[in-house]
Design a binder for this molecule. Structure first.
Ligand code: ATP
Length: 443
């Protein structure tokens, strides 16, 4: 294994993520399964926090959106209607020498592969690009020859659109309004890689926003949601200068999209990379589902007394890519430590509680008492390994914003030291004020 100092910037993050329990290769003890990842004890907290903050911003803090959680398995007709069985493809080329496959539009990977062969003085020739469908197939049913072919959903979007009428009939939403959803999607990616960036199983967080079928109206909301989503990442601590918008060229857009912009992050693996897309889907989805299902999916507008099929502005983000970029963005190497400077709202653990000395029973029992109390109001971890320096080091590496130490003074005056992760400054706080102190900081 390479020593830490020999690793690339990305290698260091991958190594920390494994060492500290953020991410493990999927099915690792069996040699893994390409394109799958398991979130460890710290990773699951980070990812849950991102999802909760998304839900808070998109559903709880507004009165014009509702949530939904649709099934992963859907009637295969859904994917015919949405165009995915036909058009959800990537162009694939195969190296004729070693039969490795690449996406024809990933020129950097193709060039790198060519130079590998050239180095070994081997011939390099490619097949013509051909279409490769990304939907993952599964089969349902217990009798072998009566099995039905189904797909694991390739995007979570369609589960929302097929429920458009159900939501209209069961809630009081009025256009413009949105339906939010978070959930797993699956794609048979040709070249999974760059850590979790391109996986075959991943999670999406989306908003489908229904508007009047009007160019001006959809443009207004498109601009609004584009800015809102960028603002959300910045509000959770992502550095502004690491983000940018990029408009898709017309030949790059998905089959349904009238307009498409990506929010990109300046990554350590090849620069700007997409992690959320804002798309104007027009009336594509609802029109297609109305046609293929035979149901009337029009909306009756009370204001204008007219019936229409709404247009959709969509924000579609990857939870795993967001987690990866929050991890990368918060990673800092300082003189004596490595620290993840997560925004407290997404930090896996908010507070760690230590007894100054792990072998002094009076300190340990007092610290336990404070720990138990604090745990009721804020995500708190107990830590009594090694010495204080080691504990700070370990908590910095998982990005815990505050460490509380119980020392001999605590026994005299009921105060503790609170050490701030970023400034490393320490202050004394009364035990009875601790819970309020952290709650205020986490607002
Ligand atoms: P790419 O061009 O990178 O393949 P895409 O344009 O096909 O992505 P969308 O279909 O717009 O992506 O999906 C919306 C979001 O879902 C993406 O911005 C990304 O965050 C996430 N996503 C898509 N594919 C993957 C994947 N294979 N692994 C992890 N996240 C993904």
């Amino acid at each position: 294994m390479k020593g830490a100092s020999e690793l690339t910037p990305m290698g260091k993050i991958v190594s920390l993520a494994k060492r500290r329990g953020f991410l493990f290769p999927g099915s690792e003890i069996y040699g893994g399964l390409a394109g799958t990842w398991d979130y460890g004890p710290m990773g699951v907290e980070l990812k849950n926090n991102i999802k909760q903050e998304f839900w808070r911003a998109i559903v709880y803090s507004r009165d014009d959106t509702v949530g939904l959680d649709a099934a992963i398995l859907m009637n295969p007709k859904v994917w015919e209607a949405s165009g995915h069985t036909e058009a959800f493809t990537d162009p694939l080329v195969e190296c004729k020498t070693c039969h490795e496959r690449f996406r024809a539009d990933h020129e950097d990977e193709i060039r790198a592969h060519e130079s590998e062969h050239k180095k070994k003085k081997e011939k390099i020739e490619w097949t013509e690009p051909r279409k490769f469908n990304l939907l993952v197939e599964a089969s349902l049913g217990s009798v072998e020859d009566e099995k039905t072919k189904v797909y694991l959903r390739g995007e979570i979007t369609q589960g929302v659109h097929v429920n458009f009428k159900n939501v209209l009939n069961s809630t009081r939403v009025k256009i413009p309004f949105g339906i939010a959803q978070i959930g797993k999607a699956f794609r048979n990616e040709i070249t999974p890689g760059n850590f979790t960036f391109r996986s075959r199983e991943f999670e999406q967080m989306e908003l489908q926003w229904y508007v009047k079928p009007d160019e001006g109206e959809s443009l207004k909301w498109f601009d609004y949601w584009k800015e809102e989503r960028r603002r959300w990442y910045i509000s959770l601590g992502m550095r502004k200068e690491k983000l940018r918008f990029r408009e898709h060229a017309s030949d790059e857009r998905a089959h349904y999209a009238r307009a498409a912009w990506d929010i990109e992050y300046d990554s350590p693996f090849g620069g700007w990379k997409e992690f959320e897309g804002i798309h104007n889907r027009g009336d594509w989805d609802i029109t297609q589902h109305a046609k293929h299902s035979g149901e009337d999916l029009t909306y009756f507008d009370e204001e204008t007394k007219s019936r229409y099929i709404p247009w959709v502005v969509e924000t579609s983000g990857g939870v795993d890519r967001a987690a990866l970029f929050f991890l990368i963005d918060s990673y800092r190497e300082e003189e004596d430590r490595t620290v993840l400077k997560f925004h407290p709202k997404i930090a896996p653990i908010k507070v760690a509680v230590f007894p100054l000395l792990a072998n002094k029973e009076v300190l340990v029992s007092k610290a336990r008492e404070i720990y138990k109390e604090l745990k009721l109001s804020v995500i708190t971890m107990w830590d009594d390994r090694g010495n204080i320096g080691k504990r700070y080091y370990a908590q910095d590496e998982i990005g815990t914003p505050w460490c509380v130490t119980i020392d001999f003074q605590t026994l005299e005056d009921e105060t503790v030291t609170v050490r701030d992760r970023d400034t490393m400054a320490q202050e004394r706080i009364a035990v009875k004020e601790l819970s309020e102190y952290f709650k205020t900081k986490l607002l």
